[in-house]
Design a protein around this ligand. Structure first.
Ligand code: 2IT
Length: 445
C-alpha cells in the first residue's frame, strides 16, 4: 500500500474536501503496516473501496420562517459503509455543514461503529441549516421538510439516523413524527428518541459517560486515577454535559466550558447546580457561554480556548479540529496527563503527533466517544425486542462496551516500550473488522 499515492489520487478527485482527506490520511497511516502483512486486502482493493462512500443523497430543503418568507437549505445523507450492519450515524444541523465534513464523519463512524462490537455500518447526514436563534416552530417546519426527502432512504434495518451537533431530542422527535406519517410504521427508525416513544434510558448521557469510562481506564492502565484531577472541557452541549456530569461524579474537578464566544474558568469546579444550568443555556437556543460567567461570578475569556489553562486532563467536546498544535504545546508544557477526544476528530493531526511524541495518553474520538452510538445500538435492540431496559442495565452494557473498545485499542496499539498508541489501536481494530467483513462478502461487500 502506497499511502501517499493513494492520498494524491484522492486529493486530485476531491481537492476541496479538507476534513475528509484528513480523516482518511490518519487511518491510512495507522493501518499501512497491517495492510501490508495481508496481501489479500490489497488484492481485494479494500482501501480503494473503503474510502469511497457507498452512496450520497443531496436534496433541497425548503421551509417557511416565522415571517412567512421561504428559506432554502441543503440536506445530505452519506451512507458510507454497511459491510457489518445497517447504516448508522447522526444528523448534524449547523451552518458549517458541507459534504467534506459529512464524508469525514461518515468515514469515522464506520470504524467507530465497528469498535462498539455491535453490528452497525457507518453513515452521517445533516444540513447547513443553523438552529441558532430559530423558533421551535421554525425548527419543526424545517425538520418536516428535511424528512419529506430523507424518509425513503432510511429504515430500521437499512439506515438509522440519530442526533449530532444541532440535533437533539426535540429535532429527532419532529423528524420521527414526519417519518411515521410517511412510512406508516413505528419501528424506531431513529435513535435518541424521547423516553415515552421508544428512546433508551442513558442515551442522552451516553457519549459523555462512555468518554469518562474510557478516560478512567486509560489512566488506570497507566497506574493513575481520575479522582481529584482537574479537567478542561470545551463546548457546553449534550456531550459536554454528559462528560461534566460523570467527571464530577467520579470526583474530578471540571474547571472550563466553552462556546464559540470564548471560555469560562471556574476554579471551584462544576457542581450539580452549574451542570443543570448547562441545560438551561442550551434550551435557550443560543450558543454563548458568557452568561455562565455572569451567573456564577467566574472569569470569562472572550475569543479564547480553554487549552491554555493548566489541567491534568483535556476533553474536547465541541467540534472537529478544535485543538491545534499550539494548544497541544500549551497543554504539554502545563503537564497534561491525558487528552480524550469526545468530539469527532477534535484534535488536528499536528496536535495528535505532539501528544504521542510527548507520551501523553491520547484517546481518539472514534474510541472515546463511541459510547453514544453504542447506546444507540442498544436503543435499536430494545426497539426490535419491543421492551425497555432499566438505566442500570443500559449503563452496565455501556461500561462493558467501553471496556471492550479499550481492550481492542491496547491489543493493536501497545508499543514495545509499553506506551499505548490509542489512535493506532483504534484505527487498526476498527479497520480489521470492516476489512474482514468486506473481504468475506466479495467485491460488492
Ligand atoms: O458521532 C456520533 O457517534 C453521533 N453523533 C451519534 C450517532 C448515533 O447514531 O447515535
Amino acid at each position: 500500500m502506497n499511502t501517499e499515492l493513494l492520498m494524491a489520487r484522492l486529493e486530485a478527485k476531491h481537492p476541496a474536501e479538507r476534513e475528509y482527506l484528513q480523516a482518511v490520511h490518519e487511518v491510512l497511516l495507522s493501518v499501512e503496516d497491517i495492510y501490508n502483512q495481508h496481501p489479500e486486502f490489497e488484492k481485494a482493493r479494500i482501501i480503494e473501496r473503503l474510502v469511497e462512500p457507498d452512496r450520497i443523497f443531496t436534496f433541497k430543503v425548503p421551509w417557511v420562517d416565522d415571517k412567512g418568507d421561504i428559506q432554502v437549505n441543503t440536506g445530505y445523507r452519506v451512507q458510507f459503509n454497511n459491510a457489518i450492519g445497517p447504516y448508522k450515524g447522526g444528523l448534524r444541523f449547523h451552518a458549517s455543514v458541507n459534504l467534506s465534513i459529512l464524508k469525514f464523519l461518515g468515514f469515522e463512524q464506520t470504524f467507530k461503529n465497528a469498535l462498539t462490537t455491535l453490528p452497525m455500518g457507518g453513515a452521517k447526514g445533516g444540513s447547513d441549516f443553523s438552529p441558532k436563534g430559530k423558533s421551535s416552530a421554525e425548527i419543526q417546519r424545517f425538520c418536516h421538510s428535511f424528512m419529506l426527502e430523507l424518509w425513503r432512504n432510511i429504515g430500521p434495518d437499512t439506515d438509522v439516523p440519530a442526533g449530532d451537533i444541532g440535533v437533539g431530542a426535540r429535532e429527532v422527535a419532529y423528524m420521527y413524527a414526519m417519518y411515521k406519517k410517511l412510512a406508516r410504521e413505528n419501528t424506531g427508525v431513529f435513535t435518541g428518541k424521547g423516553l415515552a416513544f421508544g428512546g433508551s434510558l442513558i442515551r442522552p448521557e451516553a457519549t459523555g459517560f462512555g468518554g469518562l469510562y474510557f478516560v478512567k481506564q486509560m489512566l488506570e492502565t497507566a497506574g493513575k486515577g481520575i479522582e481529584g484531577k482537574t479537567i478542561a472541557i470545551s463546548g457546553f452541549g449534550n456531550v459536554a454535559w454528559g462528560a461534566a456530569t460523570k467527571a464530577t461524579e467520579m470526583g474530578a474537578k471540571v474547571v472550563t466550558l466553552s462556546g464559540p464566544d470564548g471560555y469560562i474558568y471556574d476554579a471551584d469546579g462544576l457542581n450539580e447546580e452549574k451542570i443543570a444550568y448547562m441545560l438551561e443555556l442550551r434550551a435557550a437556543n443560543n450558543d454563548e457561554i458568557a452568561p455562565y460567567a455572569d451567573k456564577f461570578h467566574v472569569p470569562f475569556f472572550p475569543g479564547r480556548r480553554p487549552w491554555e489553562q493548566k489541567v491534568d486532563i483535556a476533553l474536547p467536546c465541541a467540534t472537529q479540529n478544535e485543538l491545534n498544535l499550539d494548544d497541544a504545546k500549551a497543554l504539554i508544557a502545563n503537564g497534561v496527563l491525558c487528552v480524550g477526544e469526545i468530539s469527532n476528530m477534535g484534535c488536528t493531526p499536528e496536535a495528535i503527533d505532539a501528544f504521542i511524541q510527548a507520551k501523553v495518553l491520547y484517546g481518539p474520538g472514534k474510541a472515546v466517544n463511541a459510547g453514544g452510538v453504542a447506546t444507540s445500538g442498544l436503543e435499536m435492540t430494545q426497539n426490535a425486542m419491543h421492551l425497555s431496559w432499566s438505566a442500570e442495565e443500559v449503563d452496565a452494557r455501556l461500561h462493558q462496551i467501553m471496556s471492550d473498545i479499550h481492550q481492542q485499542c491496547v491489543r493493536y496499539g501497545k508499543q514495545p516500550d509499553g506506551y499505548i498508541n490509542y489512535m493506532k489501536g483504534a484505527n487498526v481494530a476498527g479497520f480489521m473488522k470492516v476489512a474482514q467483513a468486506m473481504l468475506d462478502q466479495g467485491f460488492l461487500g
